[in-house]
Design a protein around this ligand. Structure first.
Ligand SMILES: Cc1cc2nc3c(=O)[nH]c(=O)nc-3n(C[C@H](O)[C@H](O)[C@H](O)COP(=O)(O)O)c2cc1C
Length: 163
């Protein structure tokens, strides 16, 4: 079962955390995951993916403008409707707005008809409400949470799409 982690990055933090989410997804049996920066996406892989997660650096308590441009101008080319969707962010400050950036992406994924998911508090600790946020000075400390998030997203996608 194919899954994808898309991201935009300027200084590498969001790329690093995308790879950790992909690692968590791939720990679920039968899941193959690939990560793509927005400018080198394998279109067929995304179209065949049952779960697509999108990550952004937090810019001014929101997504990076590159994410907004991709959502407005390119996302509709990838048959996102009906797939499990999620979002994550990296940021500088704990109150810097990472969750708002995630919410912004989730709203857009819903508009495309995706089945937006995170697991929420229903799955217990670590509690991940809308999606995971990593602070740039503590990326390593947050790796387990991102791995868990990837595993949760993949497990739900397998449950929903298994034949
Ligand atoms: C233009 C700009 C605006 C930013 N605004 C915020 C912000 O509002 N809140 C915050 O916590 N971090 C902010 N940051 C920090 C980035 O979110 C953080 O460094 C992030 O991890 C960078 O990700 P990247 O390495 O993938 O580019 C900003 C960075 C830039 C360049």
């Amino acid at each position: 079962m194919k899954m994808s982690v898309l991201y935009y990055t300027e200084t590498g933090n969001t790329k690093r955390m995308a790879a950790i989410i992909a690692e968590g997804m791939a720990s679920i049996e039968g899941v193959e995951t690939k990560c793509f920066p927005l400018d080198t996406i394998d279109r067929d892989w995304i179209k065949e993916s049952c779960c697509v997660v999108l990550g952004t650096p937090t810019h001014r308590s929101n997504v990076s403008s590159a994410i907004k441009v991709w959502l407005d101008e390119s996302a509709s080319e990838y048959d996102l409707a009906g797939k499990i969707g999620g979002a994550f962010a990296t940021s500088n400050y704990v109150h810097g707005g990472g969750t708002m950036a995630i919410q912004f992406i989730l709203d857009h994924l819903m508009v495309f008809g995706m089945l937006v998911y995170s697991g929420g508090s229903a799955l217990g600790r670590p509690i991940i409400h809308l999606g995971p946020v990593a602070l740039e000075n503590e990326l390593e400390k947050t790796e387990d949470i991102f791995r868990t998030y990837g595993r949760r997203m993949a497990a739900k996608a397998v449950e929903v799409f298994k034949r």
